[in-house]
Design a protein around this ligand. Structure first.
Ligand code: PHE
Length: 449
């Protein structure tokens, strides 16, 4: 018998663990602030409703019904089609590529956690703190050490299986993350930057919302829910038949969104309280925030709290990807879990070496014009593999998979009514694919906005 979650909570925490990642903590707050605050939040909520949530439910239908890994899911549900099995492979490949560079970035969070534990920021000049980041990413030895430690942690979590590994780890990681995040947000509200920070995140300035912002909201809505990378299909394959799909999906999407918004409310006030500007991407986390921690009261403690929560967010997301790969080995190649986990960790580790060396030994290598290896892989995965995967999953459940299967999966708990199924089916057939196609065509440059 396939291993299952011990209950609803175990599944929800694991799925939220996968969804809540670095994307929530630095990407969402930043794109929100830049795209008109509250106006962007409204569009983002809409994107979650019309794209993220329906595709999340589609992945739950696929995984739960087939009770298989991501490749096996497609070949079990549509045995005659090699094309759809190929889509399973595309999801698997996305998980593999993303984990290979995400593990490197996650390693940086561990380095910063140790720096903050050692009180490395206190009393340092801003230039010195900014320099620490460059020193870390250009140092191959440090890159290897932290990448190895991080992948080792992922291995430990996945090797013990669904209940004893994934579930147990997430039951510690997620509640700790929530508590630390809310604590930090409460602290942020007491600082002098509270008003400016809240305004930056939530004040709806529609004049700043552009079409690019709308597309960014759609793209982010499925990156943040870990869609099109096999994670939700695999996690749903460990779900019991009697668990209701829709109520679970909506809770996961809700918690993921709350964490993203609260992260913004925790970060911006303290950045503004010392008169700094929030930088973009990794700069915000690894350069700006440490400067803030160096000056504010209790900064040393806050730094530890922040980097623990960042490392936990990264770890719970990364283990969901390692599980995608491990489940594939177990189900398709009939290897036992121990061997499968070790094999896949090593494979991802080897594939991650170029990313780990992106800014040092391989600094001159640009896979895409002007982009180092790590940035190029992120660009290809987030901008092409995920939207294409999302589109194909929507088409699959909307047009290819027997409607009776999805209807039974979504309504059989007796609580999600036929109306919910009908709304979902309409969205997955017409609205979500349209949104994805527009995102993709703009990325390729076929439509100009
Ligand atoms: N949902 C994650 C996030 O928001 C995306 C992700 C999932 C990345 C799994 C890597 C691994 O960061």
């Amino acid at each position: 018998m396939r291993n299952h979650w011990s209950g609803r909570l175990g599944f929800i925490l694991a799925a939220v663990g996968s969804a809540v990642g670095l994307g929530n903590i630095w990407k969402f707050p930043f794109i929100t602030g830049n795209n008109g605050g509250g106006a962007f939040v409204l569009i983002y909520l809409l994107a979650i409703l019309i794209c993220g949530l329906p595709i999340l439910m589609a992945e739950f239908v696929i995984g739960r019904h087939s009770q298989c890994d991501v490749v096996g899911s497609f070949s079990t549900l549509t045995p005659k089609s090699t094309f759809w099995k190929g889509v399973g492979w595309l999801n698997l490949l996305a998980a593999f590529i993303i984990l290979s560079y995400y593990g490197v970035v996650a390693g940086w969070t561990l380095d910063y956690l140790f720096k903050s534990l050692a009180g490395a920021f206190g009393g340092k000049e801003p230039e010195v703190i900014v320099g620490m980041f460059g020193e870390l990413v250009t140092n191959p030895t440090k890159q290897f050490i932290w990448f190895s430690v991080f992948m080792g942690l992922c291995l430990l979590a996945v090797i013990s299986g669904v209940k004893k590994g994934l579930e147990r780890w997430n039951k510690v990681l997620m509640p700790t993350l929530f508590i630390l995040l809310f604590f930090m947000a409460a602290y942020a509200m007491t600082t002098s930057g509270a008003k400016e920070g809240i305004g930056f995140m939530l004040y709806p300035d529609f004049s700043k919302l552009t079409m690019t912002g709308v597309l960014e909201a759609i793209g982010h809505s499925f990156f943040t829910l870990s869609l099109a990378m096999g994670a939700m299909i695999t996690y749903a394959s460990y779900m019991d038949k009697n668990e209701p799909i829709y109520p679970m999906a909506i809770r996961i999407a809700f918690l993921d969104t709350v964490v993203a918004i609260v992260a913004g409310l925790a970060i911006f006030p303290i950045v503004f309280s010392v008169g700094l500007k929030p930088g973009a991407g990794p700069g915000l986390i690894f350069k700006t925030l440490p400067q803030v921690f160096a000056t504010i009261p209790f900064g040393a403690v806050l730094a530890v709290i922040f980097f623990i929560l960042l490392a936990f967010a990264a770890l719970s997301s990364a283990i969901s990807l390692l599980e995608v790969l491990t489940a594939f080995m177990i189900d398709e190649k009939k290897v036992n879990r121990k061997k499968a986990t070790i094999f896949m960790t090593i494979a991802v580790y080897l594939a991650g070496i170029p990313s780990a060396l992106s800014y040092s030994v391989l600094g001159k290598v640009k896979l895409l014009p002007g982009m180092e290896v790590l940035d190029s892989l992120d660009y290809i995965a987030s901008n092409f593999m995920l939207p294409i995967g999302g589109l194909l999953i929507a088409i699959y459940t909307g047009y290819i998979l027997d409607k009776k299967i999805s209807q039974a999966e979504i309504t059989e708990d007796g609580r999600s009514s036929l109306a919910i199924f009908s709304i979902w089916f309409f969205t997955i057939r017409y609205i979500a694919p349209l949104a994805m196609v527009i995102v993709l065509l703009t990325k390729i440059g076929l439509i100009d906005i």
